[in-house]
Design a binder for this molecule. Structure first.
Ligand SMILES: Nc1ncnc2c1ncn2[C@@H]1O[C@H](COP(=O)(O)OP(=O)(O)O)[C@@H](O)[C@H]1O
Ligand SMILES: [Mg+2]
Length: 291
């Protein structure tokens, strides 16, 4: 997806009159980056979202778009993000972080089962540091817990055991020097969760513009959460809206920007040209260079 995001952003940047070179991660990446006036980071997954590439840019003194290494780290680690959101008073489902180390070497298998009992079924088990719903499972029965935990540990050394939230799934893109929300996008799936299988199966999901009631309930919350978490230039906040109101699942500092991504869909709903969205992000980053 990173390559397709990069391609889409490059098209827009060229439309805007910039001289653009598209680069993928390789052993020469940092050397290539040092020759650029500005790097648009459209790299998803660990190195693009956990702050790795951003740290390299900081150390190289290369200007880049998007959030700082610290903000990337805080959002990418779902356990850390949850702690910070709770501390700031934002709604997010109750959860426990379980480290693989504690299960393997401290006999914490019982802690896992106890945490599950306290949360109640169904629940979602997911690695704390992974995206695209990899290693994520909806667990409806205590007997499925161990297998789900082992699968999550395949993707990282900690897992999040999180209470399942029913309701409408929405995702809100935010952008700008002072973040503003684009119209909320509802994600309609046949499955109960927007899992990996669903994401890669054509026709298994569709986007829709969220109702005006939902949009009104989540826009400002998305801006507040993203601002609190340090999102810069652009980002995306994933939520579920149930009878109890909205609750935040996930904050993305480097969301997908392909032709078919949520952010792109949201720009269209706002009658904002994707070129203009990219122009705003670039202008913000360029303004930081001049400061
Ligand atoms: N607590 C939860 N309740 C209901 N669904 C969830 C929960 N956590 C995750 N999901 C489902 O799994 C998907 C992916 O989880 P998320 O936390 O957003 O991680 P990521 O987007 O990084 O894979 C969500 O879009 C949602 O459909
Ligand atoms: Mg998500």
């Amino acid at each position: 997806m990173s390559l397709r995001s990069g391609y889409h952003v490059a098209l827009a940047a060229r439309d805007l009159g910039h001289d653009v070179t598209e680069v993928d991660v390789d052993a020469n990446l940092t050397r290539t980056l040092t020759s650029a006036d500005l790097v648009f980071i459209a790299l998803h997954g660990r190195d693009g979202e956990d702050g790795t590439l951003q740290l390299a840019c900081e150390a190289l003194d290369v200007a880049y778009t998007g959030s700082t290494p610290l903000a990337c780290r805080m959002c990418f680690d779902k356990g850390l993000a949850k702690g910070l959101m709770l501390k700031a008073g934002f709604p997010t489902p109750p959860a426990y972080v379980i480290p693989a180390e504690a299960v393997r070497h401290m006999g914490a298998g019982a802690a896992l089962r106890n945490a599950a009992k306290r949360l109640g079924f169904p629940m979602v088990v997911k690695p704390t540091t992974q995206g695209s719903a990899l290693g994520l499972a909806l667990v409806e029965d205590p007997e499925e817990l161990t297998a789900a935990a082992l699968a999550a540990f395949d993707h990282g050394d900690r897992l999040l055991l999180e209470r399942f939230v029913p309701g409408t799934e929405v995702s809100i893109a935010v952008y700008g020097s002072k973040l503003t929300a684009l119209p909320a996008v509802e994600i309609k799936t046949k499955s109960q969760v927007f899992d990996f299988e669903t994401r890669v199966s054509p026709g298994a999901y569709e986007f829709d513009r969220a109702s005006s009631d939902i949009d009104a309930a989540v826009g400002q919350l998305a801006v507040d959460v993203a601002t609190q978490m340090g999102v810069r230039d652009f980002g995306r906040v994933d939520m579920r809206v149930s009878d109890d109101g909205p609750t935040v699942l996930d904050v993305k500092t480097c969301p997908g920007l392909t032709e078919t991504s949520i952010v792109t869909y949201a720009t269209a709903n706002a009658s904002l040209r994707f070129d203009d969205f990219v122009a705003t992000v670039l202008d913000n980053a360029l303004a930081r260079i001049r400061q």
